[in-house]
Design a binder for this molecule. Structure first.
Ligand code: PHE
Length: 367
């Protein structure tokens, strides 16, 4: 068995000579200095400071050296590795800073540049307005009902006590579809939704029906062959005009603010008896003299016409399969467009239908 090789002189062992170690260190330092980015530095770290790098291998060889040589060589290799690691850390910090600065420079936002002017869309005020109206009633526990725009003549007229020869048929100038014998119309009001609701549901019925309607009207600042109505229908035991008045007062205040109440004027609709026109107290002068006299909105009347209403005619209840001896009901119908014109001070009904996005977007992103 041989003893320790005490005669071993590390200076003589080629790979671990001071010059070799220095050369390895200098190679490493040069490579580090040349690393131009973080990726390159990562590569240099493996090549010059990793386990399989010249200095890493040299480090491993130390263990195999005779004890007397280990200290000196260990110190030499250790110092070289320390210098390399330090240089890597310093270069890393430099490159990190550089990368961050580059990112900041590249991602700088010039807030003075014109911004992206892609116009933002907005929901149509008729849509948001109809939803707002429906919400007033939904909050009272009513449901929203809908029906088709192309409607059977029977539901649009006959079921509502407007028989073929009823003079009131001419109150609503009707678009008929062809061939005429099919008896299909574009609905002239939302009242056929009343009929549909009563035919398909049992009372108690509390529904609100916003929707589009059609009449052969002129197209001007206050008329359009297509416009929107909201219908309300209640059928329950013990319903009277008192609940109708209360519901409409609540509706009016929800739309136009506190104190805007309604008044009824006697009128006629075939589907309601008694019937009334609903007026709103003028939301501009509030019916207050002396301003009222000069009020351009109500022309000194103090009131503004809003819609029609009444107690559901028992003939309609019967035609729609409701027991008229047990139930009573009320109904009302308003123009949605007209309501929104009042609410938002819109002077011309046509603004709703001409598709000018400046008008629509003026209502903002109201939802
Ligand atoms: N349907 C009627 C119209 O369009 C309005 C209305 C509805 C009147 C319900 C009374 C009751 O003129």
């Amino acid at each position: 068995m041989s003893g320790p090789n005490n005669e071993y002189d590390p200076v003589q062992v080629t790979p671990l000579g001071a010059a070799e170690v220095e050369a390895m260190r200098d190679d490493a330092l040069a490579a580090i200095a040349a690393a131009s980015d973080l990726d390159a530095l990562k590569h240099v770290r493996t090549e010059h400071a990793g386990d399989r790098s010249p200095l890493g291998l040299a480090n491993r060889e130390i263990g195999a050296l005779p004890p007397a040589a280990r200290k000196e060589v260990g110190a030499r290799v250790g110092q070289a590795r320390g210098a390399v690691n330090q240089a890597i850390a310093a270069r890393q910090a430099e490159l990190d800073t550089e990368a961050e600065e580059r990112m900041l420079a590249e991602e700088t936002v010039d807030v003075t540049l014109p911004w992206d002017r892609t116009p933002r869309g907005a929901r149509h005020p008729i849509t948001t307005g109809s939803e707002r109206i429906a919400d007033v009633f939904v909050a009272m526990g009513w449901e929203v009902a809908e029906g088709p725009l192309v409607e059977a003549e029977w539901l649009n007229f006959d079921a509502l006590n407007l028989g073929p020869n009823h003079p009131a048929r001419t109150m609503q100038d009707t678009f008929w579809t062809e061939p005429a014998e099919n008896a299909i119309v574009l609905r002239t009001h939302t009242s056929p939704v009343q009929a549909r609701t009563m035919l398909t549901r049992e009372p108690p019925i509390y529904v609100v029906c916003p929707g589009r309607v059609f009449r052969t009207d002129e197209y001007d600042a206050t008329h359009s062959p297509m416009f929107h109505q909201v219908e309300g229908l209640v059928v329950d035991e013990g319903i009277t005009m008192a609940q109708l008045k209360g519901s409409l007062d609540h509706f009016a205040q929800a739309m136009f603010g506190e104190g805007i109440v309604t008044r009824f004027r006697p009128s006629y609709f075939p589907f309601t008896e008694p019937s009334a026109e609903v007026d709103l107290v003028c939301f501009v002068c509030r019916g207050q003299q002396p301003t009222m006299a000069s009020c351009r909105t109500c022309r000194g009347e103090g009131w503004i016409e809003w819609g029609g209403c009444g107690v559901v005619n028992p003939r309609v209840l019967t035609a729609c399969g409701v027991d008229a001896s047990k139930y009573t009901g009320f109904a009302f119908g308003m123009g949605i467009d007209r309501t929104l014109m009042f609410r938002h001070g819109i002077a011309d009904l046509r603004s709703f239908f001409e598709g000018d996005v400046r008008f629509t977007t003026a209502f903002g992103s109201e939802i």
